[in-house]
Design a protein around this ligand. Sequence first.
Ligand code: SF4
Length: 383
Amino acid sequence: MKYFIKTFGCQANKSDSERIAGDYQARGYQETDSWKEADEIVINTCSVRERAEDRVKGFLLNIQKYFPQTQSATRPKIILTGCMIHHGAQKLRQDLPLVDEVLPIAEVGFNSPAIRKDKKHAWVPISSGCNSFCTFCIVPYARGRERSRPMVDVVAEVKQLAAEGYDEITLLGQNVNSYGLEKAGIGYRKLLMSREGFALSDIPSNQSAYFPPDGIPPFVTLIRQISAIDGIKKIHFMTSNPWDFWEELIDEIATNQKIDRFVHLPVQSGSDRILSLMNRGYTHADYLSLINRIKAKVKDVRIGTDIIVGFPGETETDFEETVALAKEVGFAVAFSAQYSPRPGTAAYRIYEDNIPAKIKKERWQILEDLINRPNLESRPIIR
Ligand code: SF4
């Protein structure tokens, strides 16, 4: 029996697919490079933008053209997992009749070690899900509440990787800084999705979603334990968020030469008004102050970011504040996106997508020319 995994989206999905592959191989399946030869096709989906979902639909269309009979007995079994499952199994099977099963990622298979193609660098998930509820983001609904892997498990996995010859790792999570600090089972999703007159004030504030660290934040302890493993030479982590980028973490980066000097810190907007509508929990000044504290201690640091342009209601003045912030920080790289309303998010429910596509594109281009073009030669490779 052969399996084929098609992965869309971010590094978290790619890392999940490595574990799904491990589960298939533990069950005696072999990987195939061609979906046409597979007995089972897993589509690990992304919902972050409409285009990402369109690509999933395009892939299914290709399968349908190749196997015109829709009966599952005469074609590979198709399993859909990943972020698109937040639409609900019933709706997905209605819209995508070729799909045989819709399964949460944890049910597709995580019981085996990851199967990694790269033999020197490894992605290591440390947490999954998110408690932050940025209004534009589908992750808290698609992946659920934040859950951290036990530190002993993460450290054991990295020790094993080092023994196999890996010398570089990237610790992965939707918000790595809050590793080990989550409150479990708060039921926000139920709250958000059940209310008719849903408003911004119903969304939990980012800062209150975590217990404040008592002593050393667990993420810093984890990094120290991993740094102590012989053979590990370079440590990257992503994604960090500004509201809990602990002072202890800055000190650790400054003094621990195994940690990469590239810090990816999504800002999303430079306008306080838009940041508040996004429920980001910090202001332009807060972000800048954090960057200045990092730069003061980590002399050779380079900062990368994510920015959304054309968020509902973004005025020319709001956008100018983003441009000003980009100039003030001097980002090494920015992943800019034109806002796309995602069904299921708070922003989809409470704001009108009222910025014309032409303006979104112009603003995106301005940031691209300002941040990414001048840095083309020295753009950091995001691990
Ligand atoms: S921190 Fe915000 S943007 Fe990042 S995954 Fe969580 S909700 Fe989404």
